[in-house]
Design a protein around this ligand. Sequence first.
Ligand code: HEM
Length: 207
Amino acid sequence: MDCAGRHQQPVSPNMGTGSHSERLMHGIVLKGFKDFVIERFDRETWRAIQADAGLEGKLYVPVTEYPDDEVRALLKAAVSISNTPANELLEAFGEFLLPSLLETYGVHVDDQWSALELIANVEEYIHTSLRAKAVAAYTPPQLQSDWIDDSNVRIVYRSERTLCAFARGLISGIGTHRGEQLTIEERACMHNGDPQCVLVVSRRHTP
Ligand code: HEM
């Protein structure tokens, strides 16, 4: 059963320990969140979310990094103003953001990879390259990926940000982007007290 499905309460990502995390999230994520809110709701809703988060009028650009505290405040406000559970918002946001991530960082991606190959290769070819960049302080999560067999990949996600719903959305977005049908089963989840989230991604064979 899926992690989100097992939850009685809405998932509330902690985005770091303590109330003033010093971690930074890249502007492509923040700017993407603004675009997502405007497309799914409207510009007024984005303004209301910013005001509720105490970040009225703040601009988000993809070449800067922003404190996790701001991401957390925006997400909390978005949940309350849109009356949508955090896990639902984050999953939809991940799916929305994926095409622009691929467009921006496509140099690390082989067009010949299938959806499942891309997912299995994210840590080695994408997240690791981002962490090594000198121009910006990228902090993508350390993913562990293993092929179970040629149709199933296991992803282990561990991050103080506990954004597994966002991870699920990115994975779904990869399937949509490549035109392949994927299923995601979350076998363990930090929101249920597990030390890490374990996602098994499977490709459906077309008959
Ligand atoms: C299996 C697919 C993927 C998963 C599960 C995944 C997971 C995540 C998660 C959960 C985050 C939020 C940060 C955190 O939780 O600590 C993140 C950040 C990020 N990911 Fe990935 N990701 C995937 C694919 C990709 C792809 C395909 C790209 C680019 C082509 C990408 C680029 C990024 C970037 C730029 C960030 C922001 C890092 C920062 O703010 O410093 N990811 N990823």
